[in-house]
Write a protein that binds this ligand. Structure first.
Ligand code: ZN
Length: 283
């Protein structure tokens, strides 16, 4: 298992790679988001090599890449192809994409079909550049295993990007995703929240049941990239939050399965304080 970090697209990419490398992380989750993140691929590659970091690609969550107007879709395809070429040039093998929710209101019923129609050529384009396109779970209907099953069936090159913070906001649980799509998971995001929004808090601060979630992920045999998607406005504090999160995840990862709750514990509904946290209240 590798633990990595995502760059803030508003800050210097080079300085962030150095900071991630010096802090001993394993990979960069490189997000390319608007209005413009420009970088020299060779310089990024050299920096990644210098710090022994690998890289995965993350794309702009706001692109309307499945909107059913051909000129819009084509423009998005072009932008995603540009990103894919950059990811490929710096040695990435994974490229993420977020579900597209942009749709004319009268066509909302066919949102999954619209996504599937665009995912087919996008995943093939990624494959041709040596990348696996992974779709990140988020809000309805892309918080359901059944939706992902359709997408994977219709776009066979596509794999799953599991965001465990997102599964805490409703829809199918982390265990559902792991149980039914375990072999298709190719990348993972972790962040905590209180189930009411995508807060991107440090691991252990919100109400995600982490022992249960990590146990479910481990049971799939997953041993790939895990991004700590923790956000904070102040860099010094951010790295403290990240360090706590990394330690927590590493401890859970190395824990024996029998001590982590697993699939036989009681279900914790959204908004409740998880039972495993009770011992931490006073210390
Ligand atoms: Zn995410």
């Amino acid at each position: 298992m590798k633990i990595g970090l995502m760059n803030n697209p508003a800050l210097s990419l080079y300085e962030q790679i150095e900071a991630f490398g010096k802090a001993g992380y394993d990979f960069l989750d490189l997000t390319i988001e608007g209005p413009a993140l420009t970088f020299d691929p060779q310089k990024v590659r050299d920096l990644l090599d210098q710090y022994g970091l690998s890289v995965v690609g993350h794309t702009d969550p706001c692109l309307p890449w499945a909107y059913p107007v051909e000129t819009v879709r084509k423009a998005c395809f072009k932008e995603l192809e540009r990103c894919a070429k950059l990811f490929s040039a710096i040695g990435a093998r994974i490229m993420n994409i977020h579900p597209c929710y942009a749709s004319p209101p009268r066509m909302k019923q066919t949102l999954i079909d619209q996504n599937v129609a665009a995912l087919r050529p996008l995943s093939a384009m990624a494959r041709d550049l040596g990348l696996v396109l992974v779709l990140e779970n988020f809000k309805r209907p892309f918080d359901l295993v059944s939706t992902f099953k359709i997408c994977i069936q219709e776009a066979p090159e596509l794999q799953v990007h599991l965001d465990i913070g997102h599964t805490n906001m409703g829809g199918d649980t982390t265990e559902d995703f792991c149980r039914h799509l375990g072999h298709d998971i190719a990348h993972v995001h972790l962040s905590d929240n209180r189930a009411t929004d995508d807060h991107h808090m440090p691991i252990g601060v919100g109400n995600v049941d982490w022992p249960r979630a990590i146990s479910a992920l481990k049971k799939t045999g997953y041993d790939g990239t895990i991004t700590l998607e923790v956000f904070c406005g102040t860099n010094d504090i951010l790295f403290s939050y990240l360090e706590i999160s990394r330690r927590f995840v590493t401890e859970l990862w190395t824990m024996k399965q029998s001590g982590t709750g697993g699939s036989h514990g009681t279900h914790q509904s959204h908004g409740e304080r998880p039972s495993w946290k009770h011992g931490q209240e006073n210390g």
